[in-house]
Design a protein around this ligand. Sequence first.
Ligand code: G1P
Ligand code: ZN
Length: 583
Amino acid sequence: MVLFTVSRKETSPIQGQKPGTSGLRKKVTVFKQPNYLHNFVQATFNALSPNKVRGATIVVSGDGRYFSEEAIQIIIKMAAANGVKSIWVGQNGLLSTPAVSAVIREREGKDATKAAGGFILTASHNPGGPHEDFGIKYNMENGGPAPEGITDKIYVNTTTIKEYFIAEDLPDVDISTVGTTSFTGPEGSFDVDVFDSTDHYVKLMKSIFDFESIKKLLASPKFSFCYDALHGVAGIYAKRIFLEELGADESSLINCTPKDDFGGGHPDPNLTYAKELVTRMGLSKSSSEIDPPEFGAAADGDADRNMVLGKRFFVTPSDSVAIIAANAVQAIPYFSSGLKGVARSMPTSAALDVVAKNLNLKFFEVPTGWKFFGNLMDAGVCSVCGEESFGTGSDHIREKDGIWAVLAWLSILAFRNKDNLEGDKLVSVQDIVQEHWATYGRHYYTRYDYENVDAGAAKQLMTALVESQSSLTDLTETVKKIRADVAEIAEADEFEYKDPVDGSISKHQGIRFLFRDGSRLVFRLSGTGSEGATIRVYIEQYEKDPAKTGRDSQDALAPLVEVALKLSRIEELTGRSAPTVIT
Ligand code: G1P
Ligand code: ZN
């Protein structure tokens, strides 16, 4: 048994350690500054109640991006010094964000111990590598991101920190091999338990979905599919689930070996960054000649996001969650006794609202960020939820779940084709989406992102928009002058949310312009960027007439886009004539 001692180190506050929408994300060069990670980790330990640290079990792992291994060794040594009893590490330090949530909720260690929480090392969809982003966030014992009460405390702690504790003489632990290494410190034993990164997650997925029926779909010669992990951690789950469990062909998987720099790419599953998949699915100019697979999907770096595609067909994330909700009870065994309720983030389109209304389901609209869904799920009032930002999930865990969303779609396809696998043509992704529009109407939707704009200019733009809302009459006039053919504005406000479970209030959650025909414009600043500011503009229009649901989305939205750009004076204020990304 190796003995270790605890050192107390003096330190001082480092500016800028305020966690954003999803933890602290900065350039690797920032994280590598002396004491930067140490301060944040100690501030986190100090923000948690002592019994969730001393004698507790915590998880640490992430998407494998550059600096992860170094960070894991530091966190192990600091956990030991702070009295943590046992630390669980996914093999090679890899665990997807949804898998961390599942492990916290489901895994039992020695003597049936459960984890009290865990550090997730990821900057999600941001690029990785020595000059790119690293990130860290803490999830609580329900498996969900720390609530604002805790992240605020962490931040305050980082501004007053004077010391941290570390077991400097604890040797680095080999995290490449499964097994437990035990040490002894001043407070007794300390274990590092390295476990298989996929086992618990796969078991959970098998308890939710009917793998046999999905297997039959994949075995049909008429079905073909393609999954792109963009070199993120999703690759290890994709290999295990799609290849080993469901019998897919190896050629169905692309970029499924995790890399610490994501192969130099931007691991964000959208039409701009998932280039290889988009080409394979027949959605790029260069792929007009090919015969694309029936189904395509991608994940982001930490595998909580997903993009779903059909043959030459894009499914908006807002439609995706609505369609999953509409089909869940029939197609997914986990939901067979009914949905407890559904929820979406405010900027997500109202497609889900229409489903909830038709199916008479409880419905919630929450601010951006997954943590707001967690309270609803813990209270047992929400089964399925989603965000426009390629996030979909359910109450099986407390994070969005990229692989789950793909399995949900495969389940719907398997269900719709169960008596049709020998038929002439399978019911396709496009058929399912178009049928959905015919039943519920279509929400045309687009999001414009202006990344890394000057923070002062972004703030000025937002302030001016809030000011424009002070008189509805003037605002109506201004909009009419920009485009006479859009509907009149019915309401304009800043979104504020009162959590129905704990009563907490979140203000300034996005600037909304609501039109009489159900159209909406929303403006918000990103809380996940690591440089400058990112302005997000969300544009949505509802079309009930089935004869008009087949238009090109950017064409249909052109008038509202013009209103959004001119009303916000975005070019004048930021100098940007076009967004960096359109989804
Ligand atoms: C973005 C998305 C948001 C998501 C978050 C974490 O946050 O918009 O929906 O929950 O990433 O994946 P934002 O940068 O807009 O604050
Ligand atoms: Zn992510």
